[in-house]
Design a protein around this ligand. Structure first.
Ligand code: URA
Length: 566
């Protein structure tokens, strides 16, 4: 058996080598322009989960890069095209062009563009798995067959999981990732929001602890005239989820139908909802398997997962918050830059102007980690009384969204506009309107006693005098999950009242016995495990902690079409 497999894989390798030799004979394609996107791309071609062999290698002499000739000429042929998948310079122009060009797509009366499934030649899943297992590059049809099989259920969990693990180990090239992302977008619908006018914009985070930025940013951008069709996710691992937080607002509905979503956008210019059934259904299946098979940490798979949803929701501009640090999925700045460069490149090839901002995630953002308490902190920020780090990042992200929406041209002007929405109370008004439109109780904004209340409480106190030097975000996130704010199993519910309030943040001077964390939840039996994790997370010492005035922004990656700061 092993003998046969070895011979098969030798044959496969020989075929690949022959194919590569043919490609080499055709010579390299011309060099592309070297705008920002190219530079960012260059930084991204090697490393974490990326199939370097096919990803624009740098020549040994450090000179001109050679490009994968066939794939790249296919791209060049279709100007911004994506192999056999079309791309666009604006979210809507390409759809107009395509309407009538392709027989298998039709514009539906409900404004959704329905794209029928690919017609893939019969293909055995095991052959696709073997090719990737052996380090080969998958063909477009193989990737599409995989996504179609995940969507219609014809690929069983074990074969999907095997291919996911092969991808984690062997990587995907940028071209493969582009095809994967597009196939995932086309597993469902791509919304057309042109009826609302303007460029719809969104912001997405790769996941952090205490990260309630979306709750502040979305109302602020709507208050400034932006259109924000924000589809968010649930808590994942130790990181919190925007939907779980929103659902702590009494009555708030995060699952709207598409007609409800449109009605809400018409009224408030912003929706805060979960992925609808129509949006990237392939991701739902793939994600649930990745979560339980140790296959989340892969740049190509993260790109496909995040971008398929963002592209399908019909936006024209996207600001990505790529978290870096001990509390993030990307532990190092280099990995985060690689992920950011790919996210920008792939989204831009799909006509979505995209920027990525790398921000630190070593300690939790703000002072609240949980659900209801994070919502309250977002209200306080909108009232101008929030923690400095939350306010600073909210102003920046909202400003970049206004620029991508074409509502401002410089960052200074955009920040001033967002700040005015904050100080005038227009951001709070926008949030009240969104809450009401989505079935929630807007009175919570003025009366926090209407939010879920915890029945079990405790505190963790300092065991020594000194300065709070570190508060490890991942452990604080795990403590919040232990309290019930997040889930251990995908099908578990969350406790809206569960959370941790940071009473003495990094940099604070404490005396022995001073409270550092306040813990809340609905089940007292959960408190000891959470306290143990917080004890590990906390470091109190004598030396001064790093200044809290250091900006959480560590880098920015912009696409070719994106505006640069100022
Ligand atoms: N968020 C997503 O939606 N998908 C990923 O793979 C990681 C974070």
């Amino acid at each position: 058996m092993r003998d046969i497999e070895e011979r098969m894989s030798d044959k496969c390798r020989a075929q690949q080598e022959e194919a590569l030799a043919c490609l080499a004979l055709q010579g390299p394609a011309g060099e592309q322009d070297s705008g920002d996107g190219e530079r960012d791309f260059e930084r991204a071609v090697s490393g974490w989960g990326v199939n370097g062999r096919h990803a624009k290698p740098r020549a040994a002499d450090g000179g001109e890069r050679q490009r994968h000739p066939l794939r790249e000429s296919e791209l060049a042929d279709q100007s911004l095209g994506l192999g056999r998948v079309e791309a666009a310079e604006s979210p809507y122009k390409h759809r107009e062009r395509r309407a009538g060009q392709r027989g298998n797509r039709d514009q539906r009366a409900d404004g959704l563009r329905h794209e029928s499934n690919y017609t893939c030649p019969a293909m055995r899943a095991v052959d696709v798995i073997r090719r990737k297992r052996d380090g080969g590059e998958l063909g477009d049809d193989e990737i599409r067959a995989f996504v179609a099989g995940a969507t219609d259920g014809s690929w069983p969990d074990y074969q999907i999981s095997a291919l996911l693990m092969a991808i984690v180990w062997r990587g995907l090239s940028l071209d493969e990732t582009v095809v994967l992302t597009n196939a995932m977008v086309r597993s469902g619908e791509r919304l057309d929001l042109s009826e609302f006018g303007g460029v719809p914009v969104d912001k997405h985070s790769t996941g952090g602890v205490g990260d309630k930025l979306s709750l502040v940013i979305a109302p602020l951008v709507a208050a400034c005239g932006g259109l924000v069709p924000m589809m968010s996710g649930r808590g994942l691992g130790h990181t919190g989820g925007t939907l779980d937080k929103l659902e702590s607002i009494p009555g708030f509905r995060t699952s709207l139908t598409l007609p409800e979503m449109r009605a809400a956008l018409r009224k408030t210019r912003c929706v805060l909802i979960g992925q609808t059934a129509e949006i990237a259904p392939a991701d739902r299946r793939l994600y649930s398997l990745r979560d339980v098979t140790g296959t989340v940490e892969s740049i190509p798979l993260i790109c496909g997962s995040i971008l398929s949803k963002k592209i399908a929701e019909g936006i024209g501009g996207l600001v990505m918050d790529v978290k870096v640090g001990a509390g993030a999925f990307m532990k190092t700045a280099d990995d985060a830059r690689r992920l950011a460069a790919w996210l920008v490149e792939i989204a831009e090839r799909n006509g979505v102007r995209t920027e990525a901002i790398l921000t630190t995630m070593d300690t939790p953002l703000g002072r609240a980690v949980g659900n209801a308490n994070e919502v309250i902190e977002s209200f306080e920020t909108l009232k101008g009384k929030g923690p400095k780090d939350i306010e600073e990042l909210s102003l920046l992200f909202a400003a970049r969204m206004l620029i991508l929406a074409g509502l401002e041209t410089t960052e200074n002007a955009a920040v001033s506009r967002v700040r005015a929405a904050l100080t005038s109370g227009k951001g709070v008004e926008a949030f009240a309107a969104i809450i009401e439109q989505q079935g929630g109780d807007p009175k919570v904004l003025d009366d926090y006693s209407r939010m879920p209340k915890a029945s079990a409480k405790d505190q963790l106190t300092a065991t020594t005098d000194g300065t709070v030097i570190a508060m490890q975000a991942e452990l604080v996130g795990r403590a919040a999950v232990a309290l019930g704010a997040g889930r251990d199993r995908a099908d578990a519910g969350v406790d809206s009242a569960a959370g941790i309030d940071i009473l003495a943040p990094v940099g604070a001077t404490v005396r022995r016995g001073d409270p550092v964390f306040a813990l809340s939840c609905s089940d007292a039996a959960r408190l000891p495990a959470a306290k143990a994790l917080l004890t590990q997370a906390l470091q109190i010492g004598e030396r001064a902690a790093a200044s809290s005035s250091v900006s959480p922004v560590i880098d920015r990656i912009t696409g070719r079409g994106a505006a640069t700061p100022n």
